[in-house]
Design a protein around this ligand. Structure first.
Ligand SMILES: [Fe+2]
Length: 188
């Protein structure tokens, strides 16, 4: 559950991933939520523009050091799957006239016991698909960021065991709360 909550509001990029791929403006960017109770799909879209992309996105897309748009949607699809869709474009031209630069990430959650889970991650991109140098660079950068997720989640679980702390929820937590209620109803 916490793994899904960690993904549903990627404002954690600005804080947890400050040393790897977070940028300060991500958390304050406008966001839109979509709650599809019938299908159990809950998502949040953030549009950060103009922004300066961190090297992990800027270098492979050729948008390093220029004003760029970073549009990310994170979606809870099922207890086993969370999808992140991200697209980038330069701000000085209309998006439609630019080459596509999109990344899709599947976060695949497979619990092993009540307190342990496997966490599989697959990244796909639709630009420079055959460039092994870009693949290696992104792999190295993203692996460092995922270690931050592991450290953050473990520290969170150690400090706040379920039911031991009052919770403060903000507007951006809407999809997380809807997802949690949906899971609770299905489990009941
Ligand atoms: Fe993360």
């Amino acid at each position: 559950m916490r793994l899904h909550e960690n993904l549903l509001d990627l404002t954690h990029l600005s804080f947890l991933h400050a040393r790897t791929f977070g940028t300060p403006d991500y958390a304050s960017a406008p966001c839109e939520t979509t709650l599809d109770e019938a299908r159990g799909h809950f998502s949040l879209t953030r549009s950060v523009m103009p922004t300066r992309l961190p090297p992990v996105w800027g270098r492979p897309t050729g948008l390093e050091g220029v004003d760029a748009a970073h549009i990310a949607t994170s979606t809870f699809v099922s207890p086993a799957l969370h999808e992140v869709h991200v697209r980038f474009h330069a701000c000085d031209l209309p998006e439609a006239g630019q080459p596509q630069r999109a990344i899709r990430t599947a976060h695949i959650v497979t619990p092993e016991t009540a307190t342990r889970t496997h966490y599989f991650v697959r990244h796909a991109r639709n630009f420079a698909p055959g460039d092994e140098g870009i693949t290696a660079f992104m792999h190295e950068q993203l692996l460092a960021a995922f270690q931050e997720d592991i450290d953050g989640l473990e520290a969170n679980l150690a400090a706040y065991a379920p039911g031991t702390a009052a919770e403060i929820s903000l507007q951006a937590d809407k999809p997380s709360l809807a997802m949690r209620r949906w899971l609770k109803r299905r489990a009941g």
